[in-house]
Design a protein around this ligand. Structure first.
Ligand code: KIV
Ligand code: ZN
Length: 516
């Protein structure tokens, strides 16, 4: 990195990522992801939107307490009440940032805000000044900058820098921009705003046209020195720019970029897995960097080339982004200490002995069925164990499913419902369908199944299947996940996990629609 500028990585998986339908996370899950991001040496972690609800406030506070090395950021609309909530939530942070925003595009000002440009400018300045009463580290975003008028954008940015904003983030909120144009916008802003040297310019792109990463990189080539992004490109609609793609593009093409990040890229794949298993958003196999096929050389010609000389077809090394050969890490005879130590290496620490005991009991159960336990199995197991302790209303006690050629599958399920055991039976078109219907006879949920998918966590027929179920009820969408060596049991667990999430309060309030 000698002689190069630093490119700051601002991760917003816990805020913009959580705005994805069904990606709502609990406080404990947010802390786990934040710790993984810290381990990856992400510079700034946007932990949430504290004014949305008490739950969001508490999550940001918990992340601010847990994280020491990264800056923890809270989002706030340009309103005193939001800014003060963010300031309060971040009090315990070692390094805190308040990110405040206000829309500047004609369409947002006229229809959403119903404010004149002058009113917007005044409110933006007031918001930044208010935030500066809490911290020197204030970021301002002119929302929908990608569709704003250049002259007005320059006026707002100059004024908020004068008011004390030290990071100016340029969002393409609706994913409308195209790389060349967006790069020019960034260059024009930096050139035209007289005090632009007093702030770091940042970029925040959505992927509606599939060019969020390309737009972000164009902005970097034109002077942006912070990128806002999410793990696996998680985010509402088509998502945000994917952290792993930005970081690896810049790292791999140092001949092109005048800057680099200080991230530990070997943490990318473990972090991607963690986010996927917590949110229930599977990673597509052909996804760049973190997809299962990203480094698989299927075709004979490619394999031959790679064997002769790696660079013939490989531009990055799988190990550099954290892909490792599936290593057997633990087995049937591993004890509690080995278990605890291996999890610690994976960045997982238990809040209580009770959590450790629950996870260890599940580990022993799994080791009885599957002799070789990999890191990926451990991640899934810990997700389940912590969820089980999150006072789940519904738990799977036992299940029996009969599936035979020429016969209709039948499932018998026993659940614990608020501590009381109840049983149900149903037929279905297949064993999974029968299991879901049997659960519905016990707890009729009135939900609609939007998605059902199975992925194997590791390879081999004894691998655990990880099932994702997405349910919808009255406009609310939740994801559930379950893992087991038996995919019908994994499916039932995932279904129950989604139902359990449905009864939890919805904290996924939307900062940008004014519906809080
Ligand atoms: O997309 C967007 O404009 C945002 C802002 C809050 C920065 O997420
Ligand atoms: Zn956004």
């Amino acid at each position: 990195m000698a002689g190069k500028d630093k490119l700051f990585i601002f991760d917003t998986t816990l805020r913009d990522g959580e705005q994805s339908p069904g990606a709502s996370m609990t406080r404990e899950e947010k802390v786990r992801i934040a710790k993984a991001l810290e381990k990856m040496r992400v510079d700034i972690i946007e932990a949430g939107f504290p004014a949305a609800s008490t739950g969001d406030f508490e999550s940001v506070r918990a992340v601010a307490q847990a994280v020491r090395d990264s800056t923890v950021c809270g989002l706030a609309r340009a309103k005193d009440v939001d800014i003060d909530r963010a300031g309060e939530a971040l009090k315990a942070a070692n390094s805190a940032r308040i990110h405040t925003f206000l829309a500047t595009s004609p369409i947002h000002m006229q229809y959403k805000l119903k404010m004149s440009p002058d009113e917007v400018l005044t409110q933006a300045v007031a918001a930044v000044k208010r935030a500066r009463q809490w911290t020197d580290n204030v970021e301002f975003s002119p929302e929908d900058a990608g569709r704003s008028e250049l002259d007005f954008l320059c006026r707002v940015i100059e004024a908020v820098i004068d008011a004390g904003a030290r990071t100016i983030n340029i969002p393409d909120t609706v994913g409308y921009n195209i790389p060349q144009q967006f790069g020019e916008l960034m260059r024009n802003l930096i050139e035209r705003v007289p005090n632009s040297d007093k702030a770091v310019f940042s970029v925040h792109c959505h992927n509606d046209l599939g060019v969020a990463v390309a737009n972000s990189l164009a902005a970097v080539l034109n002077g942006a020195r912070q990128v806002e992004c999410t793990i696996n490109g998680l985010g509402e609609r088509a998502g945000n720019a994917a952290l792993e793609e930005i970081v690896m593009a810049v790292r791999t093409r140092q001949d092109v970029f005048p800057c680099d990040t200080t991230l530990d890229t070997t943490q990318i794949v473990p972090c991607s897995r963690l986010v996927s298993s917590i949110t229930g958003f599977p990673v597509q196999p052909n996804k760049a960097i973190v997809g299962a096929n990203a480094f698989a050389h299927e075709s004979g010609i490619h394999q031959d080339g790679v064997l002769k000389h790696r660079d013939t077809y490989e531009i990055m090394r799988a190990q550099d982004v954290g892909w490792s050969e599936n290593r057997i890490v633990l087995g049937k005879h591993s004890g509690r200490n080995a278990f605890r130590t291996r999890l610690k290496d994976l960045g997982i620490e238990f809040q209580s002995e009770e959590e450790l005991n629950e996870a260890f009991a599940r580990f022993k159960e799994l080791a009885d069925k599957k002799h070789e336990i990999f890191d990926e199995d451990l991640q899934a197991l810990v997700s389940e164990a912590t969820m089980a302790l999150d006072s789940e209303q519904l738990k799977l006690v036992s299940m029996r499913v009969c599936s035979e050629t020429g016969e209709t599958p039948v499932a018998n399920v026993t659940l614990s419902v608020d501590g009381a055991e109840r049983g149900g039976q149903a037929e279905g078109s297949g064993p999974v369908d029968a299991a879901f219907k049997a659960i519905e006879t016990i707890v009729p949920s009135g939900t609609r199944l939007l998605l059902y998918s199975v992925n194997n966590i590791t390879s081999g027929t004894d691998a655990q299947g990880e099932v994702t179920v997405r349910l919808e009820k009255a406009g609310r969408i939740v994801n559930g996940q379950g893992a087991d060596t038996d995919i019908v049991i994994a499916s039932a667990k995932a279904y129950l996990n989604a139902l359990n999430r449905l009864v939890m309060p919805d904290r996924r309030a939307h900062p940008q629609r004014g519906d809080v």
